[in-house]
Design a binder for this molecule. Structure first.
Ligand code: F0G
Length: 467
C-alpha cells in the first residue's frame, strides 16, 4: 500500500481523486449588482451575501464538499442527547489518527479554544504561539492571558522562501520564559500550517527541539490541529527522512509529541461544522468534560448533532489519504504558480490552503491605516464576483494597551480554496481576474472604517471609500 502511495506522490501531475455526482449551479451577477452589494456590505466581504458571489474563496472553513460516504454517514446519525454511537465512533477515530487519549467534542474550533483557555490560563499568564490566530488569541486574552509571538522572523517576510516558516524560534521562547518564569507560561500554542503566515508548516526537527525545551521547563505543548494534516504533507515533501513516510504516520508523530489539541474540523476534516478538544492529561480532561456542558452541550456531543460527528469520523479517514492531499496541495499550487508567472506578488512559499496576495507590494501607494487589503478584497469582488478575505491591519485589530491599530507586517488578501469544491478551470478564472486587477492597480483607492465592533472587528466592521 505504502509503495503504491509513494509512487502516486512522485507523479508530476495530479487529478482529483473523485468524480462528481451532484453539482451546485453558480449565479453570475453584473458589475452594477456587485457594486450595490458591496456598498450594502460596508465594503466588507464578510458582510456580502453568498447569493451575490460567483467563486467563493472567503474561507476553507466549513466549505468542503463531503463525499458520498460522509453523506451516507449522516443517515447513521444517532441523535441521542447522551451517549450517541457517533460520539464513540469519532472518539475511536481521533484516538487512532491523532492519538490523544481523551476527546471533548465542541461545535467548532473556537469552542475548544474557549475551554482550553479557561482551563489552562490564569490572569497575567503569557501564552507564546507561532503567530496569532484571531479567535485563538482572543480566547487567550479573554481568559486573562497575554499572547506573545514566538514564530521565526521569516514568517513575517512575505518574500522569504524559507521552507518552514511555521517554526518556533526557540530563542524567542527562551527569552520569554527567562523573563517571566516558566510558571507563568501555562502552555505553548503551536499551530500546524500557520494560517496567518500564509499556510506555512513547522518542521519535525523544530517540534523535536521544542519538545526537549518544554520538557526541561515543564511547559505543555498544545497543538492547533486545524490544518495539521496539511502540515504533515509538507514535512513529507520537504524534510529529510520523511519522504517514505505516509501523511498519516507523520500526523501521528506530530500529535505524539504534543500534549493535546484544539481542532476546527471545518478544515482538514472535510466537514461543514464541528470541532474538538483532545488531551492526554486526566485532570485537564476532567475539567474540559465538565466545562463543555456550560458552553457547548453534553460531553458526548458538544454542540454537534450525531450525524455531524459521523461525517467527521469519515472525513478524517479521507483527509489523511495521499490522493486527497496530492490534489489539495496541487490545486492551490496551480493557482499560485499562475499568479507568480504573471508577476503578481504573493506570499512565498505557496501554502496549503490559500494563496495570499502581498498587498504591501500590490498596492504600495495605500497607507496601512487606509486598509489596503480590505480595499483590494472589495475591488476583486466588484470586478469579478470572487469573494476573498482581508488578513492585515483590520484582522490584527488594536493593541489592548495602546489602543492603536497593530499595523502588522503582513498585509494580505487571502484567496482561500475550499476542499473538493472548485475545478482547475475555476482557478484559471481566478488567476485571470487577479492579474487584470494587478495591471490596473494604481486606480485602487483606500478605505476608511466607519463602524468598528469590539471583538474580532474584521467580521463586522464597515468601510467607505476615501474620496
Ligand atoms: N485555528 C485556526 C488555525 C483557524 O484557521 C480557525 C478558523 C480556528 C482556529 C477557529 O476555528 O472557525 O471552527 O471556530 N479559521 C477560519 C478561517 C475561520 O477562515 O481561517 P472555528
Amino acid at each position: 500500500m505504502r509503495r503504491m502511495d509513494t509512487q502516486t506522490h512522485k507523479k508530476r501531475t495530479w487529478a482529483e481523486p473523485y468524480k462528481i455526482k451532484m453539482v451546485e449551479l453558480l449565479r453570475m451577477t453584473t458589475r452594477e449588482e456587485r457594486l450595490v452589494a458591496i456598498r450594502e456590505a460596508g465594503y466588507n466581504t464578510f458582510l456580502t451575501r453568498s447569493r451575490d458571489v460567483y467563486i467563493d474563496l472567503l474561507t476553507d472553513s466549513g466549505t468542503s464538499a463531503m463525499s458520498d460516504r460522509q453523506w451516507a454517514g449522516m443517515m447513521l446519525g444517532d441523535e441521542a442527547y447522551s451517549g450517541s454511537e457517533n460520539f464513540y465512533h469519532l472518539e475511536s477515530v481521533v484516538r487512532e489518527y491523532y492519538g490523544y487519549k481523551y476527546l471533548v467534542p465542541t461545535h467548532q474550533g473556537r469552542g475548544a479554544e474557549n475551554l482550553m483557555s479557561k482551563i489552562l490560563i490564569e490572569k497575567g499568564d503569557y501564552v507564546p504561539g507561532n503567530m496569532y490566530f484571531t479567535t485563538t488569541r482572543l480566547h487567550q486574552e479573554l481568559a486573562g492571558g497575554i499572547f506573545v509571538d514566538v514564530i521565526v522572523d521569516e514568517a513575517h517576510e512575505p518574500e522569504s522562501t524559507f521552507q518552514f516558516k511555521g517554526n518556533v524560534d526557540l530563542r524567542k521562547l527562551a527569552a520569554l520564559v527567562d523573563e517571566v518564569g516558566a510558571n507563568h507560561v501555562p502552555y505553548i500554542s503551536l499551530e500546524g500550517n500557520v494560517n496567518m503566515a500564509g499556510g506555512q508548516p513547522f518542521s519535525m526537527a523544530n517540534l523535536r527541539e521544542l519538545r526537549l525545551y518544554c520538557d526541561q521547563h515543564d511547559i505543555p505543548i498544545m497543538l492547533d490541529a486545524t490544518r495539521t494534516i496539511e502540515n504533515a504533507w509538507f514535512i513529507r515533501e520537504r524534510e529529510d527522512g520523511y519522504a517514505r513516510k505516509t501523511v498519516r504516520e507523520i500526523l501521528r508523530e506530530i500529535c505524539d509529541m504534543t500534549d493535546g489539541c484544539t481542532m476546527s474540523a471545518k478544515k482538514d476534516a472535510l466537514v461543514n461544522i464541528g470541532g474538538f478538544f483532545a488531551c492526554n492529561d486526566d485532570e485537564v480532561y476532567q475539567k474540559a468534560q465538565n466545562l463543555v456542558v456550560v458552553y457547548e452541550g453534553l460531553h458526548t456531543y458538544g454542540g454537534m448533532a450525531g450525524r455531524d460527528m459521523e461525517a467527521m469520523a469519515q472525513g478524517i479517514r479521507e483527509a489523511v489519504t495521499e490522493e486527497h492531499m496530492a490534489a489539495r496541495i496541487g490545486q492551490v499550487r496551480y493557482l499560485g504558480q499562475k499568479l507568480e508567472a504573471a508577476g503578481v506578488p504573493i506570499v512565498e512559499p505557496i501554502g496549503s490552503h490559500a494563496i495570499f496576495l502581498d498587498v504591501r507590494r500590490f498596492l504600495p501607494h495605500i497607507d496601512q491605516d487606509e486598509y489596503p487589503a480590505q480595499a483590494l478584497a472589495a475591488e476583486l469582488f466588484i470586478e469579478s464576483g470572487i469573494r476573498s478575505m482581508e488578513r492585515g491591519n483590520v484582522s490584527a485589530g488594536r493593541d489592548p494597551v495602546t489602543g492603536e491599530n497593530r499595523r502588522p507586517r503582513l498585509e494580505l488578501v487571502r484567496l482561500t480554496i475550499p476542499r473538493r469544491v472548485y475545478t482547475q478551470a475555476h482557478m484559471d478564472v481566478v488567476a485571470e481576474c487577479v492579474i487584470d486587477l494587478y495591471q490596473r492597480r494604481e486606480q485602487i483607492r483606500g478605505l476608511k472604517m466607519v463602524y468598528e465592533p469590539e471583538y474580532l472587528r474584521f467580521f463586522q466592521a464597515r468601510f467607505e471609500p476615501i474620496a
